[in-house]
Structures are given as C-alpha cells and as structure tokens.
Design a binder for this molecule. Structure first.
Ligand code: FAD
Length: 277
C-alpha cells in the first residue's frame, strides 16, 4: 500500500526539528521508519509532515561511562554487534537483519509498542530516557515512560535524544522470546538480570514483553527471589507468580491464558539461565 501524501523535512539541528514539530499540528518524527511507515502504509497514521532525524547531529553512538549512554538514533544492529550484555542479547532477537539495520532504539522507546523487545529490557534495567523539547531537556524514568498501548510520556514536540542505563557489572542476564515463526514479534518475551552473591540472589530484575498494554516488570518474581538461595527450586516456585499483574492480549497466536503459561515457563528458564543454573 502507498502511504497518504505528506510533506518532508530533514532539519540539520535538534532545535530546528523541535521548531518544525511545534509549527505543524500533525508532524511526526521519523528515524528508522520501520514502525511509522508500516502504520502509514496501512493508513493507521497519516501525518501531514515527516521530520527526519537523519541530519540531526549528536543522536548516534554508544558511550560507556557510568553505565551506557545510547544515542536515540543508534540502530539495533549496533547493539547487536557490540558487547552490551542484556541489550546485545535482546537486540539479536529483534525481527530480521533488515529491520535491525534500520530500526533505532529511540524509535522503539517512542513508539511504545508492548511487543517491542527493547522497552522491557530498558524497564528491567531502570533506564532513563532523555528528551528535549522547546523548554529544554528532561529525564523520563523507564517506569514512567510507557503509559498505555502506543502511548508514552513524551509530548508531541519532544525528541528522544538518548537512553541511559546503569552499569550491571557482575550480573548474569538472559533474554528469551517465544514466537510462532523465527523473526516474528514476541508472543511473550522475558528479560532477566540477576546478581548472585554467596549463593544468594541479591538483586533480581525481570522485564516482560507483550504481557499487557505496556512493557511490565514481574515484580512478584523479583520480590520472591531477592534474598533467596540461587537454586532451581527457588526459581521454579517464584516463577509461578510471573503472570501476576499482567493482562496479555489474546490474538491469532494464543489466548491470554496460554500467554500467562508461557510467561511462567519462560521466566523460570530466563532467570535460571541468567543465574547460570
Ligand atoms: P520510526 O518508525 O522511525 O518511528 C516510530 C515512532 O517513534 C514514530 O511515532 C516516530 O515519530 C517516533 N520517533 C522515532 N524516533 C524518535 C525520537 N528520537 N524521539 C521521539 N520520537 C521518535 N521491533 C522489535 O522490538 N521486535 C520485533 O520483533 C520487531 N519486528 C519487526 C518486524 C517488522 C517487519 C518491522 C517492519 C518492524 C519490526 N520491529 C520490531 C520494529 C522495529 O524495531 C522498529 O524499527 C522500531 O520499533 C522503531 O524504530 P524506528 O527507528 O524504525 O522508528
């Protein structure tokens, strides 16, 4: 399908991009285009103007300092080909290489699709999204970012400039994704990040992909396991709570109940893998 007609601008600065968003009621930013263009082709979105971020400087690259600062226009392939622990593992699971070569982390954060893989990872890592708008820069905690289906805390005239995640040195990690066909969107995805000290879980973080209208944390599992022995038995018992507080959508692939079952099984496996068990 051909998208509806639109105007196009490729500003050379962040300020210009923000000003274009302010001037046009129905303007949309475009980065990799791999979420927005399909929506436009299906006529679910018909912005009057696309503001392309491709010439805006300072939005790419990954800085390793106190944790990672990832430019918004960093493409999935750059995470995939680096050594960024859980982020690299999850990026490898995103769609196919063509999508990973174009799609960006900033687009994934801003699009707010609960079936996307990176939001649950950033949530589990307690990441921060930096956005710039007409009144300057602000930080949005991942826990505040995703508010409803495809709905984020971003204002219409704000641009995500970077994503920051703390360092999780000494943690084990795993990202598991269940799909009917290779390279599909997740029916359910699980991001696990664990620290084991002296045979005991001192920190457990679990993010869930596609288990509700937004990415979620499996808080009940995290709480049940923290302070417990890092054993297969403890993980199995805690994973029974993996679907607490979730509301997975039923679709052609599975009923909500089946997805809840998947979450329990996959959380058990992901935490065990992250703990090296
Ligand atoms: P765009 O499509 O350019 O933009 C998406 C939205 O974000 C738009 O609303 C846009 O205005 C906004 N936006 C973009 N950049 C910014 C910014 N810097 N600041 C503020 N707003 C911004 N993703 C997965 O995670 N897992 C998958 O399995 C998966 N499968 C896919 C399969 C196919 C066939 C396709 C086409 C896509 C798939 N994706 C998947 C989505 C892909 O990862 C997207 O690239 C990503 O979600 C959005 O990034 P983008 O750069 O393409 O964003």
């Amino acid at each position: 399908m051909i998208p509806p007609e639109f105007d196009y601008a490729a500003p050379a600065s962040l300020e210009e991009a923000i000003s274009l968003l302010q001037q046009h009621d129905d303007a949309k930013l475009i980065a990799g285009g791999h979420s927005l263009l399909p929506l436009m082709k299906l006529r679910f979105a018909s912005p009057e103007m696309l503001v392309d971020l491709k010439n805006v400087p300072g939005l790419t690259g990954i800085e390793n300092g106190s944790g990672l600062k990832i430019g918004a226009r960093t493409r999935h392939v750059e995470l995939q080909e680096g050594s960024y622990g859980l982020l690299t593992e999850a990026a490898k699971h995103i769609a196919d290489q063509q999508v990973r070569n174009r799609g960006t982390i900033g687009g994934s954060m801003a699009h707010g699709d609960p079936a996307s893989d990176l939001p649950a990872v950033i949530l589990a890592m307690d990441g921060t999204i930096t956005a710039q708008g007409p009144n300057g820069e602000r930080q949005i905690a991942a826990s505040e970012m995703w508010q409803d289906y495809l709905t984020t805390a971003l204002a219409d005239d704000e641009v995500v400039t970077s994503i920051h995640v703390p360092s999780y040195e000494g943690y084990g990690h795993a990202y598991l994704k269940f799909t009917r066909r290779a390279e599909d969107w997740a029916m359910v995805g699980v991001a696990a990040l664990v620290k084991v000290e002296g045979g005991t879980f001192s920190d457990v973080r679990v993010g869930l992909t596609h288990m509700g209208q937004t990415p979620l944390r499996a808080t009940a599992v995290e709480q049940a396991l923290t302070g417990q022995p890092a054993s297969a038995e403890a993980i199995a018992a805690a994973a029974e709570n993996a679907d607490q507080g979730t509301d997975p959508p039923g679709d052609l692939n599975a009923t909500p109940d089946y997805k809840r079952h998947l979450a329990r099984v996959m959380v058990r496996r992901a935490v065990a893998q992250a703990a090296g068990l």
